[in-house]
Design a protein. Sequence first.
Length: 292
Amino acid sequence: MMDVLYGLFVAPFADYAFMQRALAGSMMLSLGACPVGVFLMLRRMSLSGDAMAHAILPGAAAGFLFYGLEILPMTVGGLIAGIIVALGAGAVSRFTIQREDASMAAFYLISLAIGVLMVSIRGSSVDLMHVLFGTVLALNNEALTLIGGIVVVTLVSLAIFWRALVAECLDPLFLRSVSRMGSPVHFIFLGLVVLNLVGGFQALGTLLSVGLMMLPAAAARFWTSRVEPMCVLATVIGFASCIAGLLLSYHASLPSGPAIILSAGVVYFASILFGTRGILRARIVHHRHRTA
């Protein structure tokens, strides 16, 4: 029995270096991206995160166009493109009548189209799939170092600006009325979103990187209403999803990125049903009130 359990859950990570790097990279991504996803969700900007994930594509494609599938040029390009789109969409929403969700959607659709065209100019359909969906099993030491740096920057920034971020989630107008930190914190937060999406791009591609950011956060919302426990729980769910997804990928010969996101999706649907703030709990409480 122990040998079976070892073969199922431990051996893939103990015997193969590529599985160890995939596990380390995906769990580091969870550590940085899941708390950021909680704040995205609380700020009702979940779809903006999806838009930002697509927005980094032109920059990554530009790096690919000139240097091929090299990590550093594609990362720097994606970071620049993401920042340009975030600042552009934010500026349009603040200085025109258009709301931020609409301006973000416009920017990301244009970015996605430009990025796909740029990759198609030089690369094959395989290269395009690599850019769009990532290759978590192909992470090397350079990619792990980059992801680790992003995680450190994210956690330090969250620690420094924690109170301002929480205040802006609860009442952004109040924060701007009592402090000058409102607008700077907004753009700092968008920078953290872009940074973590760029890190996730290395492992999960532009289309799936936002999944590891948002699904654990959305699942954690069904278990607690407090921000700190929600961030911790989202990170734990992210860890579990990465482990389950990689094991599923190994044993069932499935693509690793989608397997990780689908594992997070299973936790999300389970949380909808069984969470302390989920459907079944709400019905039980409602039934007790009716019979009391």
